[in-house]
Design a binder for this molecule. Structure first.
Ligand code: HC1
Length: 573
């Protein structure tokens, strides 16, 4: 610990703190723009400057280390003027279309202007007029709104090890762009959308598909079905002012019914179906000498990363479609048939925490009924916008259950939304299938939590299963490199593209740096996921009666012919 003085208050702080962290401990709020804890700590924007006694110039609090006896002043006239000039210079060439910007009221630049009491902008800068890149099915990039904070670059390069974007050019022409300024869909972007979640302004956003859904809902010829991913229910409430980690499953179902969907289904049900298929695939590969390790295939960002960077692992991928794609195929086959509806009139909307699911839904490999399994994917944020546009008072909504005939899911389906969840759900089922006995302890803590790579050795029905879980593509890369080098071997691996898994997907509500830097969104939302699992009457996929019904009435057996036709695919790129 060291003793320092901030604005004449004496405080004791850990010796490894920066001035920004020390000020926070002393309840002094220093404004920041480029700073994002553990992701972008580069001191580039100069919004957080402070005076340090003895230093020759103002210093960036986010990178300046504390030391015994340091005297810091955060609100001197020189500091206030420097911050205002910096902010006005940023604003001088920022496209100020705040009324219609998707980040209005959730924009860190707008908040800074208000907090720093900016009334006039003293400088009139030249405005850039660069083309908006909206070719990707998942992400829109508007360089005219970019404030060059570099958070997106750090996320893409350092955390995700994708490196699809970087800072290019010099001086006034400096911009964040792709190699040769190509559209995002022509570079190895994996569509994970993590760049959107860290952008302080509206320079990065999801490709909005709301109007396609309004049109479908207004079309009397269509039977419009919606399904919601596990992670949406623990984050949607944030869009309506609720605390991080609020569970809003019942209100979410109510809202979707009020929007006019014919049925509201739960992707968790299809997650249970995935476990039946993937568990069977794992057992078959182990027993019959198939390709191991088996690697999960439900994260489309991970699939694309694998295609671009590790094609030698493509045959390790499970042939299972992701749960929402499986559900789409079930709705356009079994459900359509059972209800006497022409499958061409069934319109499936998936509400996902993920921007890569928009890309996934367009993949030609995912249309086994002759129609796209899923017609439109909306993110959690887009759903919130629809609810607001419809004038629905979300907080006052009653709780509602998912619709039948497939309105039931297990806790195993719910935990898919957190890193380690697919692994844990699979173990819950595979261990019972192999041992023939029902297990009481079904919580596998070794695969839970936020360690980048988790390993577990599990005794399942006479087999010693070696498992690993990686979340975030940087961790996936480390794990795959270890396997390639012969330093590790496993039977089964779960990989999710987003750090923390889907709870932290690129389509989830955006929390500003002031919150995100100090509260771990991933663990708060994951906590809610595990609470939801605990509250479920059925917690194992193979015990879900709707899944039993599906196999009895339609698919026959897991891994059977019909299941392969509709629920599996193969990625070959
Ligand atoms: Fe996910 Fe999945 S868990 S991929 O993280 O396998 O997006 O939530 O829906 O499909 O079930 C996302 C979440 C989601 C699929 C499931």
């Amino acid at each position: 610990m060291v003793n320092i003085t901030i604005d004449n208050c004496k405080v004791q702080v850990p010796a490894n703190y920066t001035v920004l962290e020390a000020a926070r401990q002393a309840n002094i709020d220093i404004p920041t723009l480029c700073f994002l804890k553990d992701i972008n700590e580069v001191g580039a924007c100069r919004m957080c400057v402070v005076e340090i006694k003895g230093a020759r110039s103002l210093q960036a609090a986010c990178v300046y280390p504390v030391a015994e006896g340091l005297e810091i002043y955060t609100q001197t006239p020189a500091v206030r003027e420097a911050r205002k000039v910096t902010l006005e210079l940023i604003l001088s060439n920022h496209e100020k279309k705040c009324l219609t910007c998707v980040r209005s009221e959730n924009c860190e630049l707008q908040k800074l202007a208000k907090d720093l009491n900016i009334k006039d902008i003293r400088f009139e800068g030249e405005m850039s007029d660069l083309p908006v890149d909206d070719f990707s099915p998942s992400i829109v990039r508007d360089p005219n709104k970019c404030v060059l904070c570099r958070r997106c670059v750090s996320m893409c390069k350092s955390i995700q090890s994708v490196g699809a974007i970087d800072v290019t050019e010099r001086g006034f022409r400096t911009t964040v762009s792709t190699a040769f300024n190509k559209p995002l869909n022509e570079v190895p972007c994996v569509n994970c959308g993590q760049c959107i979640n860290v952008c302080p302004v509206g320079a990065l956003r999801e490709k909005e598909d709301i109007d396609k859904v309004w049109d479908a809902l207004a079309n009397p010829e269509l039977h419009v079905l919606v399904q919601t991913a596990p992670a949406v229910r623990v984050a949607l409430g944030e869009e309506f002012g609720m605390p991080i980690g609020s569970r809003v499953t019942g209100k979410m179902v109510s809202a979707l019914s009020r929007l006019g969907f014919d049925k509201v289904f739960d992707t968790d049900t299809a997650a249970d179906l995935t476990i039946m298929e993937e568990g069977t695939e794992l057992i078959n590969r182990i027993k019959n000498g198939g390709k191991l390790p088996l690697i999960t295939s439900c994260s489309p960002g991970w699939i694309k990363f694998c295609e671009h960077n590790y094609p030698e692992f493509l045959d390790n991928l499970s042939s299972c479609k992701s749960p929402h794609e499986m559900f789409g195929a079930v709705l356009k086959s079994y459900y359509a048939q059972k209800n006497g509806i022409d499958p061409s009139k069934v319109f499936v909307v998936s509400i996902m925490p993920c921007t890569a699911k928009k890309f996934e839904a367009q993949r030609p490999e995912l249309s086994s009924t002759g129609y796209a399994d899923v017609d439109v994917v909306l993110t959690t944020r887009e759903l919130a916008r629809m609810i607001k546009e419809a004038g629905i008072d979300f907080n006052a909504l009653p709780e509602k259950q998912f619709d039948d005939p497939m309105g039931e899911a297990s806790g195993a389906g719910v935990i898919f939304g957190a890193t380690g969840g697919v692994m844990e759900a699979a173990i819950r089922t595979v261990s019972e299938v192999l041992s023939g006995k029902s297990a009481d302890n079904i919580e596998y803590n070794d695969v839970r939590g936020l360690e980048g790579i988790k390993e577990a050795t599990i005794e399942v029905g006479g087999l010693t299963l070696k498992a690993a879980v990686a979340h975030g593509l940087g961790n996936a890369k480390k794990l795959l490199d270890k396997i390639k080098a012969g330093d590790a071997d496993y039977h089964f691996i779960e990989i999710m593209a987003c750090p923390g898994g889907c709870v932290n997907g690129g389509g989830q509500p955006i929390q500003p740096s002031q919150i995100r830097s100090w509260t771990d969104l991933r663990s708060e939302r994951a906590k809610a996921i595990y609470e939801e699992d605990k509250a479920m009457p059925i917690r194992k996929s193979h015990e879900n009666p709707k899944i039993k019904m599906l196999y009895d009435e339609y698919f026959g057996e897991p891994g059977g012919h019909k299941a392969h036709e509709l629920l599996h695919t193969h990625y070959t790129k």
